[in-house]
Unconditional design. Structure first.
Length: 365
């Protein structure tokens, strides 16, 4: 039993390292939300030949459950939902409590075994939480913070989930041990049931939705990514310069950003795919690409580009213009809160003691 648990833990760690995010959200729990006005981070801005210095502030560090893995923003309730895979729980963070210097975590919700990815369904006001072990998905009402349904009948272990507002459906990326090697499950958000299984040959680790064109993007079986139509479920293969990792959608520019985390002899950086064309329009090289978060107010995409750093990519260009040191731990999945204008970044540790905090960062203006 102990050996089996160790194998599961190692496998999930590899999945989390190269993928999950997360992505397109009952009892009470006490947390620590400490204002840190003196904890400031220097941003070295380099745009063409000019170089200036800005300051970003880590305004709070929030204690959540053990092993935070995924994060999603619920814009209607002004809350962040954080999955904790070591506790089998979800922490609910109320953003206004951060501004008022109150306990930020207002609820802790018990879910399935080893929760990883989380997605917010804005149409129903529900939060879907993927449990990698056991193959189930918990559906949480954002009004009551209670689990109201459990989605079962999945073909394999789910890894990532995204909400498609155009179809009012959830798409789940999962990896199987048989044939096919992976699949994408389609869930109806009214019945909370699986209505379609789309066989693929990919990694089954990440999925992102382009609501404008009705396409889903998930890693392929090598140096490629699949584009899946949400109406016909047809699969198109898009070649990449390296193996794909986390991804995100920029609605203002109509672009999909795909992390390319493998360096060595391959490209390390991120690829940009233009929606509707299903081709890579540009590949940007960085030293340590990671997760993404989109700031719709400023039209900026945030991403990890080096150890413990976050970079900002503007809609008007594809050059990294700023980096900041976000935390003493590794940078994990992140989400931007449009209500209070702050970036929430999960602090992760792949070696040593588990980290159970989320950094709240005020980007430089």
């Amino acid at each position: 039993m102990r050996r089996e648990k160790k194998v599961i833990y190692v496998s999930l760690t590899l999945i989390l390292l190269f993928s999950i995010m997360l992505t397109f959200g009952c009892g009470s729990s006490k947390s620590t939300s400490s204002s840190q006005p003196s904890n400031k981070t220097t941003l070295s801005t380099n745009n063409n030949a000019s170089s200036t210095t800005q300051v970003a502030t880590v305004s709070a560090t929030i204690t959540v459950g053990n092993g935070p893995a995924g994060i999603a923003y619920d814009s209607k309730m002004g809350e962040m939902f954080v999955t904790n895979h070591d506790d089998n729980t979800v922490s609910v963070i109320l953003d206004n409590n951060i501004l008022d210097n109150k306990n930020a975590v207002v609820a802790t919700i018990k879910v399935g075994t080893w929760p990883t990815s989380v997605a917010y369904d804005s149409g129903q006001g529900e939060v879907y939480v993927v449990s990698n072990v056991g193959g189930s998905i918990s559906v949480i009402s954002d009004k009551t913070n209670n689990v109201i349904a459990t989605v079962t009948g999945l073909a394999a272990s789910p890894n990532d989930i995204v909400y498609d507002s155009g179809k009012n459906e959830l798409f789940v990326a999962e990896h199987t041990t048989g044939s096919p090697s992976s699949a994408v499950e389609v869930i109806d958000d009214i019945s909370h049931k699986v209505i379609k299984t789309i066989p693929t040959k990919g990694a089954g680790t990440v999925i992102v939705c382009d609501a404008a064109t009705g396409e889903l993007f998930t890693p392929g079986d090598g140096q490629n990514i699949y584009a899946i139509s949400d109406s016909t479920y047809d699969v198109t293969t898009i070649p990449l310069a390296s193996y794909p990792g986390p991804a995100a959608y920029d609605p203002a520019k109509g672009e999909i950003f795909v992390s390319l985390p493998v360096g060595e002899t391959l490209v390390s950086g991120f690829a940009i795919i233009k929606e509707g064309k299903d081709t890579v329009t540009k590949t940007v090289t960085t030293s340590h690409p990671g997760y993404f978060a989109y700031n719709s107010a400023k039209g900026e995409m945030y991403t990890e580009t080096a150890n413990n750093t976050i970079s900002i990519i503007t809609d008007s260009g594809t050059t990294v213009i700023a980096t900041l040191s976000s935390s003493p731990a590794s940078t994990g999945p992140m989400a931007y809160d449009t209500s209070i204008g702050k970036l929430f970044v999960i602090n992760r540790a792949y070696q040593g003691p588990s980290v159970n905090t989320v950094s709240v960062i005020t980007p430089a203006s």
